[in-house]
Design a protein around this ligand. Structure first.
Ligand SMILES: Nc1nc2c(c(=O)[nH]1)N[C@@H](CN(C=O)c1ccc(C(=O)N[C@@H](CCC(=O)O)C(=O)O)cc1)CN2
Length: 341
């Protein structure tokens, strides 16, 4: 989801309260992805197939649970994730709760520190330093956004790059941008977008891609990841002269601009694949809660032209936490020195 949306007005989670409960995950065979079957079997109003992020994320979480069980059996150790929450935003509290619950379901150890809204930057830095030094903590994340008086960049820079499971450290983003280098971690939402494409069988090599939005945490890393897969990528932003024309040339569109339904259906090239990162709450008197969620893409219009599309909710969103678990597991295996399987 685009950070622009997350920081504007009352968030979706603020309006909705707690996230829906999920049953605990039992380990299941590694290669059991139902994503394509679901995608192929779920046509919508137009021709587009739905890329079911909720199902794909669940498959990944089962795979992770199985790997954690094997890691524990081999080493006696479990991956550990530390989550730092500053303040009492309802949406952030909901996401942190979901992350801790997801950790428990896959067998991770979870650590957490909740600081009050008026905590000083030094207090946050001290917590990060403590987790950096703790050998049982393999991944650290500071839930964003932070209160305004805290320098977000300084806090993110303080997380050890070996434990930076959010992939927000400039060294991790820098390594993603350089040919011949690999970041230790790729940030979760961009990584989730690529995983959705991969598990849906979308070939990227030689394709044209348009990324709408240029944030450090979604637009930029998604563009770099697509380019690393040999797609030819154009970034579209608020100063792009004719955004619609650029998007119309793209085989793959990733929308992460944080503006409800900004990408119109007639911007989509027939047959294109559309990944919608936005989560925007719009008032809807007919909806039970008085609002509904929409993405950055006009879903109905895009369905008429796209070959495949992610829905909102249930598309990219659930992949964020699945990728966080994946990053933490990878980090733990590196730090524990797990035997190769
Ligand atoms: N340190 C971080 N802070 C934030 C991140 C992040 O990746 N790291 N991302 C977002 C919030 N976020 C996780 O933290 C997150 C947002 C949305 C979802 C999700 O599954 N959304 C659902 C719908 C949710 C709803 O109904 O409210 C969906 O799209 O289907 C997961 C995680 C900002 N902060």
């Amino acid at each position: 989801m685009s950070m622009a949306m997350q920081t504007r007005g009352p968030s979706v989670a603020q309006r909705r309260g707690a996230a829906a409960a999920r049953p605990p995950l039992a380990p299941a065979p590694l290669a059991r992805s139902r994503a394509l079957r679901v995608c192929a079997a779920a046509p919508v109003a137009g021709a587009a197939k739905i890329i079911d992020g909720k199902q794909i994320a669940e498959d990944i979480r089962r795979e992770i649970a199985a790997e954690v069980a094997a890691l524990k059996a081999a080493t006696g150790k479990a991956p550990g994730l530390a989550v730092v929450l500053v303040g009492a935003r309802k949406d952030s509290e909901t996401y942190v709760r979901s992350k801790k619950k997801a950790c428990a379901e896959v067998g991770f150890e979870s650590f957490g520190t909740d600081l009050p809204e008026d905590a000083s930057e030094q207090e946050v830095l001290d917590v990060v330093a403590r987790y950096n030094a703790d050998p049982n903590v393999h991944g650290i994340l500071v839930q964003l956004p932070l209160p305004k008086h805290i320098d977000e960049q300084r806090v993110l820079d303080a997380i050890s790059i070996t434990k930076d499971v959010d992939g927000f450290h400039p060294q991790n983003i820098g390594s993603l941008a350089m040919r011949g280098r690999s970041p230790l971690y790729v940030s979760c939402t961009p990584k989730g977008c690529l995983e959705l494409l991969k598990r849906s069988g979308v070939e990227l090599k030689g394709k044209t891609a348009a990324v709408v939005g240029r944030s450090n945490i979604v637009g930029l890393p998604v563009a770099l990841l697509l380019q690393n897969e040999d797609a030819t990528v154009t970034m579209v932003h608020s100063r792009t002269p004719d955004a619609a024309e650029v998007v119309r040339r793209a085989d793959v569109v990733v929308a992460a601009c944080g503006r409800a339904e900004m990408v119109r259906g007639d911007w989509i090239k027939p047959g294109a694949v559309v990944i919608d990162v936005g989560i925007n709450a719009v008032d809807d008197a007919a909806a039970k809660r008085g609002y509904r969620l929409v993405g950055d893409v006009d879903f109905k219009g895009a369905c008429e032209r796209a070959s495949a599309i992610t829905p909102v909710p249930g598309g990219v969103g659930p992949m964020t936490i699945a990728m966080l678990l994946q990053n933490t597991l990878e980090g733990a295996k590196r730090q524990i020195g797990a035997p190769a399987n």
